[in-house]
Design a protein. Sequence first.
Length: 518
Amino acid sequence: MKKVVTCSQMKLLDHGTIHNMHVPSLVLMERAALATAEEIRKYLEKKNGSGNLKKERILTVCGFGNNGGDGIAIARLLHLAGIRSEIYLAGNPDKMTEETRHQWDIAMSYQVPVMNNPVWDEYTVIVDGIFGVGLSREITGNYKEIIDHMNEAPAYKAAVDIPSGIHGDTGAVLGTAFEADLTVTFAYKKRGLCLYPGRAYAGRTVVADIGIYDRDRDGSELASKAAWHIEKSDMKTLPARKPWGNKGTFGKVLLVAGSKGMCGAACLSASAALHGGAGMVKIQTVEENRIPLQSLLPEAMLTSEFDEEANKKNLNWCDVLVIGPGLGTEGSGKERMLWFLENGAKAGKPVILDADGLNILAMHPQWMKFIGEQTILTPHMGEMSRLCGLNVSELKEDPVARAYQYAEKSGGVLVLKDACTVVTDRNEKLYLNLSGNSGMATAGSGDVLSGIIASVLCMYLSCEEERELSYKAAMAVYIHGLCGDIAREKKGSHGMTAKDMIEALPEVLKLAEVQSKG
Ligand SMILES: NC(=O)C1=CN([C@@H]2O[C@H](COP(=O)(O)OP(=O)(O)OC[C@H]3O[C@@H](n4cnc5c(N)ncnc54)[C@H](OP(=O)(O)O)[C@@H]3O)[C@@H](O)[C@H]2O)[C@@H](O)CC1
Ligand SMILES: Nc1ncnc2c1ncn2[C@@H]1O[C@H](COP(=O)(O)OP(=O)(O)O)[C@@H](O)[C@H]1O
Ligand SMILES: [K+]
């Protein structure tokens, strides 16, 4: 797992390194510049093959905060490497920070050329060192014009720390933003580089170690409230299957799903749970779905019984409940959802509430009392809007803040599904997901996720290791995204379907097994 920080957390870390560890700010700046110049040099060498960089001409556009100081140092390092490198200062030089002024003096001593009226399309690379984590308001006027020129230029574009104009905490565009091909960010990814649209503006993101120290004087973590993103290597921590296990020990999933004429969602969710390694899956559905479901998925068990005795037996049998896919919001769907939500909560079973399960909850807020720390809610933006009463654009302005609020209010684990899915709980554990792609915006993709979450919960049943529910949910979201990535590789983002993601699931989980065996 890697940390993801906010701008204020990053400033705290910079400050701690400088003041507690006595690392001069200029040392951090030099390391930031070295790392960025190196990435640019690598790009140029790859592009030019032979290493002859005579045709290259680089313009670094610098503001007056420390992001501009990084930029000036980058321009100097490239100049000293024999590459044609020039500086353009954007803004008011009277506002230069001490460090940036120092960088300016060094650059002038080395006679790094400075342009006053650059001809934008003469450059092969444009580096953006205007604003970093210090961006504090909407970009207007001259800065906006400059960024628009930079974007229109045909050059390869590299951003220092974060593309200017991207809000480092929310990923929002403040007025305008630099459209980078490459972003070299320092110490940790910033939230705004994970969330959209910031993630799209950042291009390929490289995290450079510049020697930031993440502890205070007492040794406690400064960025303890930071977010996390899961990566491939974390999958080796998934519990291995015990050699002596049987289908009973590998987890029993009860899926309360499907309604008359609606069995597809139940089928996808159940199939994903089975392909994800759950020992047994039973679908609680309506009698009309028996023949299609049993023909489509003979591995799953099925019951259409719905009375107190049968329900209790099914509830006792299962380890994990998934409630919602294709349930409908009226009639039997509503009754089934309420019975299993209430009694699942009372029995202390983990419940994954998805799709129509969430829509029913939104219509009956008094049932929120059955949501607790064992419940995982998996709304997409539309469902979330129904649950919390805000419209989708309000949610998208700051999805993390909205997710925190709802997790706090509900007491459950919230999986707010979007291009960058946010997972959080009432303790503000926060995960931002970086796997997946737009091909996953296809019908049934969410049903697959609910099945994968159930299967990941099952993996942990017979394992001594304690993991928080939010971590397990975030791991499942990451795995789901990897399935989407494999499906895209095989079928392309237009043609891939939810079923292709399920087909990719064994491959993804095999990768975890291979990794854990070393
Ligand atoms: N030692 C360190 O800390 C290290 C920091 N490092 C680097 O420093 C970066 C952070 O530097 P920073 O804090 O100086 O802020 P930065 O992003 O340069 O911007 C602040 C300037 O922008 C201005 N401004 C803001 N918004 C504006 C707007 N919309 N329109 C117009 N102006 C606007 C603002 O003006 P003001 O708001 O004060 O009027 C101020 O002048 C960080 O991202 C990393 O690259 C690394 O070298 C490692 C060591
Ligand atoms: N652009 C995207 N990039 C990555 N993942 C995406 C993107 N669009 C959608 N997804 C993922 O695909 C899934 C879609 O779920 P959902 O909207 O519930 O689909 P459905 O209701 O059709 O089953 C979610 O897990 C979401 O995070
Ligand atoms: K920048």
